[in-house]
Design a protein around this ligand. Structure first.
Ligand code: MN
Ligand code: MN
Length: 300
């Protein structure tokens, strides 16, 4: 089971202006082959399907526990997209004003036509996320190798999105997730080392560029976030510490497991967009006596 908290993993700044094309680029980090939906679903299926967990418990605990953090990554990327799309069209209640005309110039029309200016399970080109992005062979060595490569690919995409967009909201999200993804890369490298004796950490960093080159990542590493694995459960996955221990392969800092999720930050409150009738249309707002009746009936 997943226990959910109405918090974001980290604080996101509110953009000064909308940036729908940046939002399209950020979609790659959500629904792309190497996006957060892929990491979540890879580790989730691998954990459901894990055989021999009595014998291999620490590996099961690691994959299952990281899956839970990936849900929070999806949430963080989705809110980045939602914040970048807020204000992308003219707020108003007259359809003859062509209030969605700014959407016409945006790369991704789905943000205006099939959602209320919000995140979708698609990549930067509008292709839907799909289940072939999941590898769950049942062979632990193969799945861990895949997870290591998946996290490195995710890292490459994040760096490229950072180099493509200059919105502080997108860069803050990328900086934070470079650090957390870095933890997962090291965790899978350590797991492969425990399983095979091969020093996988020597391959790092992939791509060959330190997180410290990104100010929005460096500030989190300065407070040690890159050496912390959170245990995302009330009472389970306690044996992650048998893999997450020793020193960080890049800077030699001591690795640590923290019991429970990070404190996080409030979830941004997205305002109504009447021109999209999201979540209600201008007529509902106009006849507010009627709306009050509905509200009373629904919410008492
Ligand atoms: Mn992630
Ligand atoms: Mn990850």
């Amino acid at each position: 089971m997943i226990l959910r908290m109405d918090r974001l993993l980290t604080q996101l700044p509110t953009p000064k202006h909308a940036s729908p094309n940046s939002a399209s680029a950020v979609q790659e980090l959500l629904g792309g082959k190497y996006g957060e939906m892929s990491t979540l679903m890879n580790y989730t299926y691998q954990s459901f399907n894990f055989r021999g967990r009595k014998e291999m418990r620490p590996f099961y605990d690691l994959v299952a526990n990281i899956a839970a953090e990936e849900f929070a990554h999806i949430e963080l990327v989705a809110y980045t997209i939602n914040l970048l799309l807020t204000g992308a069209t003219e707020r108003g209640d007259d359809p003859t004003d062509t209030p969605l005309s700014d959407g016409l110039r945006a790369r991704n029309h789905y943000h205006f036509l099939t959602s209320g200016q919000a995140a979708l399970p698609i990549d930067s080109m509008g292709n839907p996320w799909n289940g072939t992005f999941v590898t769950a062979t049942g062979n632990l060595k193969m799945d861990l190798l895949h997870n290591f490569q998946l996290e490195c690919g995710a890292r490459a995409n994040k760096m490229r999105v950072y180099e493509m967009v200059d919105d502080p909201t997108a860069r803050e999200m990328v900086g934070f997730l470079l650090v957390r993804g870095g933890v997962h890369i090291v965790a899978y490298a350590k797991a492969l080392e425990k399983l095979t004796g091969v020093n996988v950490g020597k391959l790092l960093p992939i791509p060959d560029l330190s997180n410290k080159a990104f100010p929005e990542a460096r500030k989190h590493e300065d407070r040690g976030l890159h050496r912390i694995l959170y245990r995302f459960s009330i009472d389970d996955y306690r044996r992650v510490g048998e893999i997450w221990n020793g020193v960080h392969p890049e800077d030699g800092s001591e690795l640590e497991v923290i019991d429970g999720p990070p404190e996080g930050a409030p979830v941004p409150d997205l305002e109504m967009e009447p021109q999209l009738a999201a979540p209600i249309g201008p007529d509902a707002v106009m006849y507010d006596e009627e709306l009050m009746d509905v509200a009373k009936r629904v919410f008492r």
